[in-house]
Design a protein around this ligand. Structure first.
Ligand code: DLL
Length: 432
């Protein structure tokens, strides 16, 4: 039920003491080994001895993605390359890639934390786990792989793609747990339907999905289509990869591995902490990373913390599912819109496929948003009148959810691009 109960069920007082000790040693380490932080601390006249409580964290500087780019590739490493046993990189959609490194000890901790998340989601060493995340510079494949091996589960390192083969292997190898992005889980489910395979005939019983935002409605759809219990897990390369936080079987918020990561939620505009329980941008400080420690990394991810105790018995604070990134946020006619809000509405409408795309164009100095929605064949070839009614219904519901009007266009099944990794829902033509 727990992987490390002595940590996962720790008293707040003991946890905070551990966090403080680890924070002090991390700050000392980066201040002496990473020139970037050394300079920053000097300019802030920060003395290590002055870090006496967790509240002092706020006196430390924030780190942003551009800092990683400016120090490309190895400038922020806190150990010599000879002590680095692994390098990962995230490409990002704009600019230079960012590079992160791991010491032998970092890999050990990483595997352990992912094993924790797998255990919380109900995976045990008796499971056969199919890892359909890409293996390579992306942290998803190797991160989950090492964690699952650490746990002692039987790992199928199939990687992403070749959906029919995924399904064949799932049947033949009797996979019990599926690991991938939630959007790829739906692609697998749909392909299964096309192949005439009934998921209830499979051994699959749970799925661990992450690496991109998804909604509660999408979880429901995955659960129904695959006949499983889907849990959410969160992480990012800059602070480790998967293994930062994950849901337990209560499926109501992700437990944060707080003995290894210190989380803050700030207002992205003022950079001040938000009131407890309010939504804001997640800022993460690593507490045990040796090769690539991060001080107050601005994730751009928006969420809120849940401090109420969880019935599972873990005392680790939970974060709500990430609703989107502050830089994914679309500002349309002055209103903040997140793609997941649109997803939520579409999932509630019968006959729409769970595939959609948001196209933004600029016409006469004003933004025009068109939501392309895949609909089932029967609706697509239905009478114009019925189609019109469906479009109006979607428009109306989107207007009440978003507070602005958008255009809606129904497209035939399988018109929109499918991805094996993270889905690309937004096409912003304004920048082209
Ligand atoms: O996506 C790490 C990961 C791999 C997490 C596998 C979970 C499972 P990056 O490629 O660096 O790392 O992307 C990190 O993805 O800042 C979020 O914006 C988004 N993200 C990751 N997990 C979730 C999630 C991996 N569960 C960026 N819900 C993060 C919403 C997520 N967004």
């Amino acid at each position: 039920m727990y992987w490390e109960p002595e940590r996962e069920c720790m008293s707040r007082e003991d946890l905070e003491q551990l966090q403080l000790e680890r924070l002090q040693s991390t700050v000392y380490r980066v201040g002496t080994h990473v020139p970037f932080y050394k300079k920053k601390f000097e300019s802030l006249k920060l003395n290590f001895e002055e870090l006496r409580s967790l509240d002092d964290l706020r006196r430390l500087p924030l780190t942003v993605k551009q800092d990683l780019r400016d120090n490309y590739p190895y400038g922020l490493f806190a150990v010599p390359l000879r002590d680095v046993v692994r390098v990962h990189s995230s490409s990002g959609t704009t600019g230079l890639a960012t590079v992160v490194g791991y010491s032998r000890n970092d890999i050990k901790n990483w595997s352990n934390l992912v094993a924790r998340i797998l255990t919380a989601a109900g995976v045990t060493k008796d499971d056969v786990i199919q890892i359909a995340f890409g293996y390579g510079l992306f942290t998803g494949g190797f991160g989950l792989h090492y964690g699952a091996e650490r746990l002692g589960a039987s790992v199928i390192p199939i990687s992403a793609g070749n959906t029919k083969r995924q399904i064949q292997i799932m049947q033949d190898f009797k996979t019990t747990a599926l690991v991938c992005t939630p959007s790829y889980a739906l692609v697998i489910a749909d392909t299964m339907m096309e192949m005439g395979i009934n998921p209830n005939g499979l051994s699959l019983r749970c799925g661990l999905f992450g690496a991109e935002p998804w909604s509660e409605a999408m979880r429901k759809e995955i659960n129904e289509k695959l006949g499983i219990v889907a849990t959410d897990n969160y992480g990012l390369s800059e602070v480790m990869g998967p293994g930062v936080a994950g849901e337990c079987q209560q499926c109501s918020g992700l437990h944060i591995n707080e003995d290894h990561f210190l989380l803050e939620v700030i207002d992205p505009e003022t950079l001040e902490p938000v009131a407890p329980g309010e939504v804001g941008e997640l800022v993460i400080t690593t507490l045990t990373k040796e090769a690539f420690p991060m001080i107050r990394y601005r994730t751009r991810d928006l969420t809120r913390l849940i401090t109420e105790p969880c019935p599972c018995g873990r005392t680790l604070t939970r974060m709500e599912r990430v609703m989107g990134r502050s830089d994914d946020m679309l500002i349309i006619k002055g209103v903040n819109v997140f793609p997941v809000q649109i997803e939520k509405v579409l999932f509630e409408i019968k006959g729409t496929e769970p595939h959609y795309q948001i196209v933004i164009e600029r016409e006469n100095h004003s933004d025009k948003v068109t939501v392309l929605v895949e609909v089932t064949e029967s609706i697509f070839f239905d009478q114009m009148k019925k189609q019109r009614r469906m479009v109006d219904n979607i428009k109306q519901r989107l207007a009440s959810e978003l507070g602005i009007g958008v255009h809606v266009k129904l497209v035939e099944e399988k018109t929109l691009e499918r991805t094996e990794g993270k889905a690309n829902r937004v096409i912003d033509k304004r920048k082209l």
